[in-house]
Design a protein around this ligand. Structure first.
Ligand code: NDP
Length: 285
């Protein structure tokens, strides 16, 4: 039997509508409009599209967004100056630095420079630490979006064996940390795999919930999936001008009980969660 397709676009649209209502209520009560400042360095076309989509989503939710576009040859010092200005600007609540940055700039130094109170991507060590300790200020957008999809799909996460493919700071590692917390869409038994993992397929076949975030097109094949598993595909890979995930969707959907498509799965959720964090940042002030 074919799997339930988890419609991330529809779930994200509902969440964005709710955030829009929450923003309106907050603004009416406080007189403050949440404001996200986005920084885009260079002219990578994919990054430009991501930033444009984030800005459009902000506008639709009643969040003010401003774009700081810097040339590809921008120095690290100039970028740090801009971040310092935005950190000090009381009218700016969230700061987003679109990655990747040009090679002359050290990403970690830049992300560390964003004040934790405006770190709506939840990349700062202070915010990651709070999240790991189970008292989050912000939740990282993509893993939080995955959790919301699991809730929307009615997945039993508590007690399930969740296997996360990938250990990046942006997706895999925080995903594992969030699934192991106490609470909704959590309380899982978690295994995090990476490129040094031995017997990968043996481990993925044990997963009740399999989350793929490795950036390799169609990597997860049907024989790597336990019948009835819930499969969440975070991957976004361009193949012949088409976007595909890390999961061989057509084959795996015949084995899984539920699966996210690419596009239209996790991607729209990431943006919705960014809006939520921007509202939270405005409320924190
Ligand atoms: P990274 O490249 O930072 O990390 C990839 C991870 O996958 C690494 O931990 C790596 O292991 C692991 N890996 C690579 N090859 C294998 C393999 N053969 N077997 C097991 N593990 C492997 O990627 P990101 O986490 O940033 O992104 C992952 C994917 O998700 C990408 O396609 C990206 O475009 C997409 N993405 C989608 C988002 C969305 O909103 N939908 C948001 C962010 C990312 P090791 O650490 O050992 O190198």
């Amino acid at each position: 039997m074919s799997a339930q397709i988890i419609d991330g676009k529809a779930v994200a649209a509902e969440i964005r509508e709710q955030i829009g209502r929450d923003v309106a209520e907050f603004s009416a009560q406080s007189g403050v409009t949440p404001h996200l400042a986005a920084i885009l360095v260079g002219d990578d076309p994919a990054s430009a599209v991501y930033v444009r989509n984030k800005q459009r989503a902000c506008e639709n939710a009643g969040i003010l967004s401003t774009l700081h576009r810097l040339p590809p040859e921008t120095t690290q010092a100039d970028l740090l100056d801009l971040i310092a200005t935005l950190n000090a600007d009381g009218d700016v609540h969230g700061i987003l630095v679109q990655l990747p940055l040009p090679s002359q700039i050290d990403e970690q130094t830049v992300l560390d420079a964003v004040t934790p109170l405006k770190d709506v991507d939840c990349f700062h060590a202070e915010n990651v630490g709070l999240m790991v300790q189970g008292r989050p200020r912000f939740l990282p957008c993509t893993p939080h979006g995955v959790q919301q999809l699991l809730i929307a799909a009615g997945t039993q996460v508590a007690g399930a064996h969740a296997v996360v493919l990938g250990r990046s700071e942006i997706v895999g590692k925080p995903m594992g940390m969030m699934l192991v917390q106490r609470g909704a869409a959590a309380d899982a038994t978690v295994t995090i795999c990476h490129s040094r993992t031995k017997n990968l397929a043996e481990i993925t076949r044990q997963a009740d919930i399999l989350i793929a975030a490795i950036g390799k097109a169609n990597f997860v094949t049907a024989d790597m999936v336990k019948p009835g598993a819930v499969v969440i595909d975070v991957g976004i890979n361009r193949v012949d001008d088409k976007l595909v995930g890390d999961v061989d969707f057509e084959a795996v959907k015949e084995v899984a009980s539920a699966i996210t498509p690419v596009p239209g799965g996790v991607g729209p959720m990431t943006i919705a969660m960014l809006l939520r964090n921007t509202l939270t940042a405005a409320q924190l002030r």
